[in-house]
Design a protein around this ligand. Structure first.
Ligand SMILES: C[S@@+](CC[C@H](N)C(=O)[O-])C[C@H]1O[C@@H](n2cnc3c(N)ncnc32)[C@H](O)[C@@H]1O
Length: 269
């Protein structure tokens, strides 16, 4: 069943980033305006549904690496999105059952669904907050109730920093989180690239124009700009690359085109 009547205070007439993404992933938490925007995205880039699935696969590989090889037990997932089939806490707890995860999202629909889904767990929280306000996120009682910042924490920005405009200084925002982290903490990012060379038909321009009417606008960035988010971190091999090339699982093909989002992970020394 697709959501028909929005809960109070939710603007269902404006395409919403979280719900467009939910629709592309095959979810049911979306309204007509979200589905229309998703349809326009698919017209511009028929591969879009595969790309969002590849992004989820990238997140899965990163979280398994962090919970496994890197030994991380605390995760802060900023712009975590609507609950999907396999969420970050399930990915992490599959490797490390004692892992604790806090999701941050500023979307009321994400928050209410997250509350319902996560109500049973004591090691998981969903907090409604704006990631562009690091001090408020890092001081939030529910964040502090689960995460101990004197110990390593992995901070995840998956497919979300490209919804933060340059005027809002996303590099400063990421640096504020970095400066709060203990040595041995990690940063993981996936991000839409600005690459004319890889995009002769200007699909990026068409996709960007669909988001112009949405709850947040799209701001793709060049590879050096994406890499700069990792200032103060040591990049984990293979560095900032196309997400499908980041430690791919042998024998598992990508769902979308080989070059879609860029991503990587880094360790704070
Ligand atoms: C494209 S979805 C990505 C979801 C998930 N991180 C993933 O990669 O599968 C972006 C999410 O970020 C959230 N978001 C966008 N801007 C935000 C902000 N300023 N603060 C908190 N969450 C934000 C949206 O509500 C949405 O749920």
């Amino acid at each position: 069943m697709t959501t028909q009547n929005p809960p109070n205070g939710i603007d269902s007439s404006r395409p919403n980033v979280a719900r467009i993404y939910d629709y592309l992933l095959g979810g049911k938490d979306n309204f007509a305006a979200d589905r229309e925007a998703a349809r326009q995205l698919l017209l511009a880039s028929p591969d879009m549904a595969g790309i969002v699935r590849d992004n989820r696969s990238f997140i899965g590989r990163v979280i398994r690496y962090l919970a496994g090889e890197a030994g991380i037990r605390q995760f802060l997932d900023l712009g975590g999105g609507l609950p999907t089939q396999t969420n970050v806490h399930q990915m992490a707890q599959e490797v490390a059952p004692d892992a604790r995860v806090v999701y941050i999202d500023n979307d009321p629909v994400v928050w209410s669904h997250g509350q319902a889904l996560l109500a049973h767990g004591t090691q998981v929280a969903m907090v409604r907050a704006d990631l562009r306000e690091p001090a408020a996120v890092l001081r939030h009682p529910e964040v502090l109730g689960l995460l101990d910042f004197s110990r390593p924490v992995a901070v995840v920005f998956a497919a979300v920093l490209h919804f933060v405009a340059d005027e809002e200084d996303p590099h400063r925002i990421v640096a504020e989180y970095r400066d709060h982290l203990a040595p041995g903490s990690y940063l993981a990012i996936s991000h839409g690239p600005a690459s004319a060379e890889n995009d002769p038909g200007d699909v990026t321009g068409q996709v960007t124009s669909v988001f112009r009417q949405a709850s947040a606008q799209l701001h793709v960035r060049s590879e050096p700009q994406i890499r700069r988010f990792f200032d103060g971190f040591e990049l984990v091999e293979p560095g900032v690359v196309w997400i499908n090339e980041w430690r791919p699982d042998p024998g598992i093909p990508s769902a979308g085109q080989p070059r879609s989002l860029m991503g990587g992970a880094g360790r704070k020394p």
